[in-house]
Design a protein around this ligand. Structure first.
Ligand code: GDP
Length: 197
């Protein structure tokens, strides 16, 4: 039984005009290229293959929208931090991102950070850009199965310190299901919030 039975792909937007109508509620999922973002979205929503990984990291600059529940959307943002993203495509990141942030329905942001890398400058820049309240900013420290328990806990403490007053975080592994219940609980809490309009 799927955790979010109504989940469905909505649309891919290459320009703000292609965003769904600005009604209801939406959350963004962001992360560096190769952070495990697609795997995290698929695990979170319980649907393999829903969010797809681009074979060329960093090339996909589409904003992929999913409906998680009626009027509640998840938007999968292009992975950031990849050196080979062509300049022209990178230039579209600004206007697209600004348009997204200005939407009434944009309520929350989840950021996927490889736990071995830790919360970095680009992640903090993304979080600052999103400028959502701390209770609606959550970081998944992904691929936690790749670290021994002690190192994973150290990574968690370091991330908590980096995110103090900014947002919450947790260990997560899409492959092993670590932290899946906690991450889904955050999503459910967000989904239960009233919409602005
Ligand atoms: P994206 O580019 O951020 O969307 O990342 P993907 O979800 O495509 O994952 C990038 C790579 O990390 C792939 O090789 C995945 O198999 C791997 N990966 C993702 N999540 C996990 C995880 O929880 N554990 C491990 N060990 N590898 C993972």
């Amino acid at each position: 039984m799927s955790q979010f039975p109504g989940v469905q792909f909505l649309t891919s937007a290459a320009a703000p005009a292609q965003f769904p109508p600005d009604q209801g509620w939406e959350m963004a999922v962001a992360g560096r290229s190769n952070s495990g973002k697609s795997s995290a979205i698929n695990a979170l929503l319980g649907r393999n293959g829903l969010a797809r990984t681009s074979r060329t990291p960093g090339r996909t600059q589409l904003y992929n929208y999913f409906e998680v529940a009626p009027g509640r959307r998840l938007v999968d943002l292009p992975g950031y931090g990849h050196a080979s993203v062509p300049g022209a495509i990178r230039a579209t990141w600004g206007p697209m991102a600004d348009a997204l942030r200005q939407r009434e329905s944009f309520a929350a942001v989840m950021v996927v950070v490889d736990c071995r890398r830790g919360v970095g400058e680009l992640d903090l820049a993304l979080i600052a850009w999103a400028a959502r309240p701390p209770q609606r900013t959550h970081v998944l420290l992904s691929k936690s199965d790749k670290l021994p328990r002690g190192q994973a806990l150290t990574a968690l403490r370091e991330a908590e310190a980096a995110l103090e007053g900014i947002g919450s975080c947790q260990l997560f592994s899409a492959h092993k299901g670590v932290g899946l219940d906690d991450a889904r609980a955050v999503l459910r809490r967000w989904l239960a919030e009233p919409t602005k309009k």
